[in-house]
Design a protein around this ligand. Structure first.
Ligand code: NAD
Length: 291
């Protein structure tokens, strides 16, 4: 069994690392948050002081970090991965970051004769805990085949999309659909509320028809229950829509509705709701409706 390094043990990384440990893999972990490291080391992982030390002692390194600058600092920074990566190693970044950053990391790893995959995920904390993540992968087929046994421990729907960056492009598409659908559900349920009809019955009726979706089901339920505990934070989804809009700009492409949803997320963050679940888009719709 190959020895695995895991960096970034937050909401998603912690349960993913624990699933690998439970499957019998040896893990060396690192996070700037010591309490997360302690928790995963109690489950059997070894600790490393920094990313370089992780890379020096494993065959494959996985990262699950918040944003592009975090991945850049772990890869390129002082005591970073590049200082410890050796010939033949594999780097798998499972964070959601800009496709352009993934491609830059891929090229840097190639110079070290190491492989790199971008493998962002969908499915949230529950998907990570239940090893049911959807994993969208960019990189070479050889690297994908090497990583597949690990992906099968962490996820269920695993798709090799294409070359480096293709996994992140797919995740951008995912976040556009999810963001716009939550916005649609938020607006529909706000109209129902303002009209004075029973909002729960509206959701029930819609769930049986053409407007049915997992988001109407799960996020619609959250809106009804006033449960805005994350889940997926507004600030992280705004980060993803920023990636979508930046990527669109590089492609000279207009994404008008995505930009409106991103602006609504900006407003929510300004209102102090950035750490709430993204279903809190309903709070903004309700505010605009003077509810
Ligand atoms: P999180 O903020 O809970 O966890 C990130 C972890 O990275 C934290 O423990 C943090 O301390 C650590 N970290 C940050 N900088 C570091 C550094 N320089 N060195 C070492 N550790 C560092 O975030 P999360 O919710 O686990 O999300 C991780 C990624 O997965 C994000 O890109 C997010 O968009 C994506 N994602 C999240 C969800 C979700 O539902 N939470 C779902 C799908 C994808």
């Amino acid at each position: 069994m190959e020895k695995i390094g895991f960096i970034g043990l937050g909401t998603m990384g912690k349960p993913m690392a624990i699933n690998l440990l439970n499957a019998g893999y040896k893990l060396i972990v690192n996070d700037i948050n010591n309490s997360s490291v302690d928790e995963v080391s109690k489950a059997g992982a070894e600790k490393a002081a920094n990313a370089k030390e992780v890379a020096e002692n494993v065959d494959i390194v996985i990262t699950m970090l918040p944003d592009s600058p975090d991945v850049e600092s772990v890869v390129f920074g002082a005591n970073g991965l590049l200082e410890g990566m050796q010939n033949g190693m594999l780097f798998i970044d499972m964070s959601t970051i800009a496709p352009a950053t993934s491609q830059k990391v891929y090229e840097a790893m190639k110079e070290k004769s190491a492989e790199a995959l971008d493998a962002p995920v969908s499915g949230g904390e529950v998907g990570a805990q239940q090893a049911a993540l959807s994993i969208m992968v960019g990189g070479t087929d050889q690297a994908f085949q090497r990583a597949l046994p690990l992906f099968q421990i962490m996820g269920k729907n695993i798709v090799h999309i294409g070359a480096a960056g293709a996994g992140q492009v797919t995740k951008v598409c995912n976040q556009i659909v999810v963001g716009q659908t939550i916005q649609a559900v938020a607006e529909a349920l706000t109209l129902a509320k303002k009209s004075g009809v029973d909002v729960a019955k509206v959701r029930d009726a819609l769930l049986g028809g053409f407007a049915q979706s997992r988001i109407l089901d799960l996020h619609g339920k959250r809106i009804l229950d006033r449960n805005f505990e994350p889940g997926f934070r507004v600030e992280l989804h705004r980060k993803d829509l920023n990636i979508a809009l930046q990527t669109a700009r590089e492609l000279e492409l207009s994404l008008p509705v995505t930009s409106i949803v991103a602006e609504n997320m900006n407003a929510l963050i300004a209102m102090g709701d950035g750490k709430k679940d993204h279903s809190a888009l309903a709070l903004l719709s309700e505010k605009l409706a003077n509810i």
